[in-house]
Design a protein around this ligand. Sequence first.
Ligand SMILES: Cc1ncc(COP(=O)(O)O)c(C=O)c1O
Length: 430
Amino acid sequence: MSTNASLFERAQRVIPGGVNSPVRAFRAVGGTPRFITRAEGAYMWDAEGARYIDYIGSWGPMILGHGHPEVLEAVQKAALDGFSFGAPTEREVELAEEILKLAPGVEQVRLVSSGTEAGMSAIRLARGYTGRSKLIKFEGCYHGHADALLVKAGSGLATFGHPTSAGVPPEVVQHTLVLEYNNIAQIEEAFATQGAEIACVMIEPIAGNMNFVRASVPFMKRIRELCTQHGALLVFDEVMSGFRVALGSAQSIYAREIPGFQPDMSVFGKVIGGGMPLAAFAASREIMSKLAPLGPVYQAGTLSGNPVATACGLTTLKLIQRPGFFEALSTRTQSLMDGLTQAATQAGVPLVADCQGGMFGFFFADTLPQNYQQVMAKGSGRFNRFFHLMLDRGVYFAPAMYEAGFVSAAHTEQDIADTVAAAAEAFRQL
Ligand SMILES: Cc1ncc(COP(=O)(O)O)c(C=O)c1O
């Protein structure tokens, strides 16, 4: 029988690092990645037959849990009708209509195959629409691995960023300005000095790539004002938060707090594909009309709007609209956070947690961090030990402290109770 270790060894011979996406390699936490053989509901099983309560959910998409019968049926039916045609299908129109219904601020949507592709295309469109080159992003937000986005902050606000990856020429990131999340003064200064050149501000409104950090309402309000004042587009990267933190995504949460609030462009992924390769970017008809074939901004894809992926995404989006879905999901996620914090307190371990809808984060700290520097200042030693203690007890959290976690509709009260009981043991051993 193959073990996780033997598979990992074999994988490393033929795949760089043994994985097709780096964080799967467990580099941050050490140890052997689990090779998953199958998943059902809230559980995954590895090559050695061990079962895990899954709090990754494929890094966000599996909001219904694995193998929801109605999704499976739709996917099986679509597959029988054909995998890919390279020609338009009715289901793409249906999915577009469904997304637009749930994201009222946008009028048109283009489907693509990954969040990276969607984010990269959104930036090209923002630049093409405004005729400007510069873009602002925030340290700790991840928008996919397009060259212009693999940037860390420069030495000062006036300087542009440095590539975070080899192979990205400095000239490619010379238009990318990296600012601190939740820092109003910095973004005000950036617009004061370069406002006329900024095409867009791209942000994860609830950041899930530095664990779980919310953009504060005053920060978001100020970004909206500055973008409007200077003619820059506000691009919401909701690849992770979209249809995950609320049915109306994170933008609906900010719209409740800031009258009339809406981003100019939205980027979606993960949940809209329900576990299949599917993502999208969306905006007003005026902005989207700049895209090929209507306009001068080129963008295309052989598998874009794939018929099997759209069947999966469409069924997923329909199911999450059932009455009470998000209320139940939020309650379950909150009960996990409450259980973890109580168990930590009893063990004398400092722990703070936050969550929204089916997305959560926790930190071994006394206060919630507000930006990337504060997240990284917490140190990862305790998290890494906790991760392995939980994995040994059949609970699979993300294998790095700077990743958010996900609860699905398939997680039961018993799953949460079992997780909290395992955590209570783990906290005592930290
Ligand atoms: C907020 C955000 N944007 C973009 C991406 C990139 O998406 P993908 O991995 O589908 O390319 C991710 C991936 O985790 C993400 O979390």
